[in-house]
Design a protein around this ligand. Structure first.
Ligand code: AMP
Length: 190
């Protein structure tokens, strides 16, 4: 991976989901990551939105690094062109490596694995151990129930309202990368 390129970690489904708009957004995001000179870190799989994103980055000439646990190689099928594939012993170490290597996190729609990754980055950011931007791309309103859950958690006194400052919901892949660029420039220049 080229060291000087900001690294965007994309968390998203290993499935395609019910609407074609989800895969379209993954392809748009991947294309923009390449076009804007970021590099991609992701879960390493060739399936679902993960595969759509990675192939679009690759097609756009961008750098892709996949991180996959050994036991998922058969199930999530890393693309054969993926040279920078990091294989970890388990899911926990995969997530640790993804968090360490990345400058920002962009989430597309996904399942329980994607939600696990969302809560991991938001709790780590709010505890001060991961001062990195987190963006949810709200394709077809997919993240509205999650937003409702977060508000409920705060309303019922299980998190402070400050939790909302550790992630941002945006409508498009373009807006997500604009927000990443702005946050990284603020972090770099204080
Ligand atoms: P999903 O959103 O459920 O399709 O999963 C997206 C990615 O998260 C896939 O690569 C899964 O292998 C991964 N994943 C699933 N469960 C977990 C977990 N408990 N911890 C970390 N990653 C997970």
């Amino acid at each position: 991976m080229e060291k000087n390129k900001p690294v965007i970690c994309v968390f998203c489904g290993s499935s395609h989901g019910a609407k074609p708009q989800y895969a379209a957004a993954a392809r748009t995001l991947g294309g923009l990551i390449a076009e804007r000179g970021f590099s991609l870190v992701y879960g390493g799989g060739g399936v679902g939105l993960m595969g759509e994103t990675a192939r679009a980055v690759r097609t756009g000439g961008g750098t892709v690094t996949g991180i996959i646990p050994q036991f998922l190689r058969r199930i999530e099928q890393p693309p054969e062109w993926e040279k920078d594939l990091i294989v970890t012993p388990d899911l926990q170490l995969r997530k640790t490596r993804m968090l360490e290597m990345s400058d920002a996190f962009v989430l597309l729609p996904g399942g329980a694995g994607t939600m696990d990754e969302f809560f991991e980055v938001v709790t780590s950011a709010s505890l001060g151990v991961l001062p990195k931007p987190v963006l949810l791309v709200n394709i077809e309103g997919y993240f509205a129930p999650l937003d409702t859950l977060m508000k409920h958690i705060v309303a019922e006194g299980f998190a402070r309202p400050a939790i909302f400052s550790y992630y941002k919901v945006v409508d498009t892949p373009e807006a997500a990368l604009d927000a990443v660029a702005e946050s990284l420039s603020t972090l770099a220049h204080g």
